[in-house]
Design a binder for this molecule. Structure first.
Ligand SMILES: [Cu+2]
Length: 271
């Protein structure tokens, strides 16, 4: 419940600031930004996973989305091409997965996944019940049995340039302060030739997706670019980090038919 309220708050802040303090040409705004941000339909969820899920094995997962009266919610909006977006992160945020469970009907979504090691994982399901303006967030912590991975400390990157699958990606911020609207810009070039990559492809209906999580995995932000055309090889997102501290940020883009994910660790200073 706490997470749910937080998500609404965050989303409202992002949307309000998107519409009030930053000039975004209407035609290029994400469809969500033009709507009143408060229409989030309250949900509950029930997660069914093998009693002792094992690392490196296929684990079927069922997620039941219900209303406040515990009745199944039966129809959902398709948002960014999917009815549910599911993010799975390990507790130390070293592992990140973005997958799309299938809708079986009667409020039930199913998928199978393989956890890479033993330990605790947080799962975040993003769904929009029919008629909802913005997504409802349901989360679940899951313990997985098996050899644990070595805990990777979350250390802020000194330099915000990474090479992933032959792409050089630089992340920059208009400014970086907790609680204030900011632009985050990914600049993408070919790592070998240093030439800008101009033909990024839309991935799930947007020129990119960014997910940010606070170090304690309590705050979750799913951000879409402000513009979907015309600003490649720069992809610009707008958001607000709700509180100061360390965050991990994953940018996801599609190029040559393949999705690549680029992670950064940032330290957001307080006001
Ligand atoms: Cu998704």
């Amino acid at each position: 419940m706490k997470h749910f309220i937080m998500a609404i708050l965050l989303l409202s802040i992002v949307l309000l600031s998107a519409c009030n303090s930053i000039k975004v040409p209407k035609s290029t705004m994400d469809h969500k930004m033009s709507a009143t941000p408060t229409n989030v339909i309250p949900t509950k969820s029930e997660w069914k996973i093998a009693e002792h899920p094992q690392a490196n094995k296929n684990n079927p997962i069922s997620i039941f989305i219900k209303d406040k009266a515990n009745q199944p919610i039966k129809s959902f909006e398709t948002v960014h091409e999917k009815k549910m977006h599911l993010f799975i992160v390990s507790k130390d945020l070293s592992y990140f997965s973005h997958i799309h469970p299938k809708y079986k009907g009667n409020g039930e979504f199913t998928i199978s996944t393989t956890f890479p090691a033993g330990g605790d994982y947080k799962m975040i399901a993003d769904v929009t019940p029919k008629g909802g303006g913005d997504s409802s967030i349901e989360t679940h912590w899951q313990h997985v049995e098996g050899e644990p991975a070595k805990d990777e400390p979350l250390i802020p990157d000194q330099e915000l340039t990474k090479v992933v699958d032959g792409k050089k990606v630089t992340l920059s911020f208009s400014q970086l302060t907790a609680g204030e609207a900011l632009h985050m810009t990914y600049t993408i070039s070919d790592a070998k030739t240093n030439q800008p990559i101009k033909n990024l492809q839309p991935y799930l209906g947007a020129m990119g997706h960014t997910v940010a999580m606070s170090a304690d995995a309590e705050n979750y932000l799913h951000i879409h670019p402000m513009t979907t055309e015309g600003n490649r090889p720069k992809v610009i997102f707008m958001t607000i980090f709700p509180k100061a501290g360390v965050y991990k940020v994953w940018g996801q883009f599609k190029y040559n038919g393949k999705v690549f994910t680029v992670p950064f660790v940032i330290d957001v200073p307080k006001k």
